[in-house]
Design a protein around this ligand. Sequence first.
Ligand code: 5AD
Ligand code: SF4
Length: 588
Amino acid sequence: MHPLQCVLRMQRCQRWGPLASVSWVLLRTCRAHSGLPSTACSSPERQQEDGVWKDFSSRLATGPTFQHFLRNASVPQEKPSSEVDDPPPYLTVDELSGRQRKVYLETYGCQMNVNDTEIAWSILQKSGYLRTSNLQEADVILLVTCSIREKAEQTIWNRLQQLKVLKSKRLRSRVPLKIGILGCMAERLKEEILNREKMVDILAGPDAYRDLPRLLAVAKSGQQAANVLLSLDETYADVMPVQMSPSATSAFVSIMRGCDNMCSYCIVPFTRGRERSRPVASILEEVRKLSEQGLKEVTLLGQNVNSFRDTSEVQFNNAVSTNLSRGFSSNYKTKQGGLRFAHLLDQVSRIDPEMRIRFTSPHPKDFPDEVLQLIHERDNICKQIHLPAQSGSSRVLEAMRRGYSREAYVELVHHIRESIPGVSLSSDFIAGFCGETEEDHFQTVSLLQEVQYNMGFLFAYSMRQKTRAYHRLKDDIPEEVKLRRLEELITVFREEATKANKAFVGCTQLVLVEGLSKRSATDLCGRNDGNLKVIFPDAEMEDVTNSGLRVRAQPGDYVLVKITSASSQTLKGHVLCRTTLKDSSTYC
Ligand code: 5AD
Ligand code: SF4
C-alpha cells in the first residue's frame, strides 16, 4: 500500500470516522518515502526535526477529535491582527505561528486567483509570517495555481522544476525551503501532485486557505500536508484581503465563489465547488474601507458574479424566483429568494459616487432588466459588460450546455445596447470545441463581426478530465485545426475591435489615471469607463475642481482626455483637465 494511503486509512478508521470520507486533510511522513536524499535526514537540523517528529507523532496519536472539526466548522469571527488561531491539539500556538518566516507568493490565472492570493496572505500575516518579493530569501514559496486549460497546469509543472533546484540548495540550511501549491491545481490533482513532485510540501484547495498556518506547521516538521476540502459556505467574508500595492487606485472585492452552471467544457465547478455568495453587509463594509483608503475603483469578483444571491438572512421576498435574461435558461433548478445582484450593485454604488464599480465575470443568463437599468442610471457603474459567448453556433452552444442559442444571445446584445447606450462589450470564445465543424467556426467568426466587441479573450479548446465533455464528447478537432481557427478568430476580433475603438476618435473620455505608461516615461496611462487603456502625454492642465489651478495628473485622478487615435487594444489622446466623476460627462 502507498504510504500516503496508509496514513489516510489509519486516520479514517481510527480518528475521523465518517468525517474523513468528505475530508481531504492529509498528512504524510517525509522520511523513507520522501524522495529526498538520505543526507537530508542526517543534518543537525534533521536530527532536531527527528525529535520534533517523534514528539509530533506522539501528539498526533492523541490527535484531533470530532469536536475539534465541529468547532472549526463554525463561521470564524475576525480577530485582532496579532492573534493566532487556536492550535489543533497536536500543535502548540508557537508551532502554529509563522515566527517571521518569509513567504513568497506567486499568482497564476484569473482575477479570482489574484484576490485569493491577497486572502491567503492576509491569513498568513495574521499568523506571524512576513512577505517577501525576493524569491532567494523566501522560507516558504506558495504558487496560487490555475487548471482551466492544460497549458496553465504545464506552466506550474515547469515552475516546480526550477524551484526544485532552489530547494535542493537549501536542504542543509537552518530553515529549509517549503513549497506549496494553492488553488485549482491542488484541488484538481490532489495527491497526484504530492506523488509526482516529492518536493511539494503543502497543498491547499481554494476553500482551505484558513488552514494554511496549520498546513505549514505540519510541513515544518518534515511531512507533506494537504487540505483540499471544498466548502458549501466558505466565502472568506471576514478576511480583509491585503492590498498588494499601497499606491493602487483599484481593488478586487470577491462577492461570490464557485459555479453551478456545469458548462460541459469547464473544470471550474470541480475545482472551486458550488456557488455561494458572501453576505451583502460584509461586502459593503469592505468597499467602505477601500473608499476610506482613497481607492477609486472596485471590481466585484465571482465565477458567476451576476448570479449573486445572498441568503444569509431570511428575507421578506423569499419565494421570488431569480429573473433570467430573456430567452435564457439555466442548467439547474431556478433558485428562489435572497438578495440579488441588482440589490448589491445598487448598494455598492451608493457608497462613494467617486468610486467606479465594475464586475467580472458574469454569465449572459443573469442580466435581467433591473440590472441593465441600474447600470444605465448610475454614473459610477461602468458601462462595460463582459458577455462570454463561447461560440457563435447554436449547435456548439448546446453541446457546451450554455443555456442559450446564438439568436437569444444576439437579442440580448441588442437589448443591452438599447438599455445602455454607448456600452462597451467584451467576450470569451473557445476555438475547436468537440465536434465543431468549419460551418460552426464560421458562425463564431460572423458573431464577432456582428457584435464588434471592444475586448476579447480567445482560447483553443483544452479537454479537462471530470467535465461532461470529457465523459460524453470526443475531443476530435486536431490541434493544428484548433490553432488555425483560433488565429482566424484573433484576426477577425482585432479588425472588429479596431473599428469599434476608432469610433472614440474625436470623443472626450473620462480616464482614471493609473500611473506612468510602461512604454514611455513621458506618457501616463489610465482606463476609460469601458476599461480600455488610454495613453496620453504627462502635461500640465487645468484643475476644474480647484478654481482653474494648473496641475499634473496623479494616480487616482480623473482626467478628461480627447482621443486622437485608436487600435484594437489602446486609445491615445491628449489631456484636457482634471475633474471628478460626478461633474464630468464623456461626449463625442
Ligand atoms: N478550454 C479552453 N477554454 C476554456 N475556458 C474554460 N474552460 C476551457 C477549456 N476547457 C475559457 C472560457 C471561459 C474562460 C474563463 O476560459 O472561455 O469563459
Ligand atoms: Fe465554467 Fe461555465 Fe461556470 Fe464559467 S459559467 S465558470 S465557463 S462552468
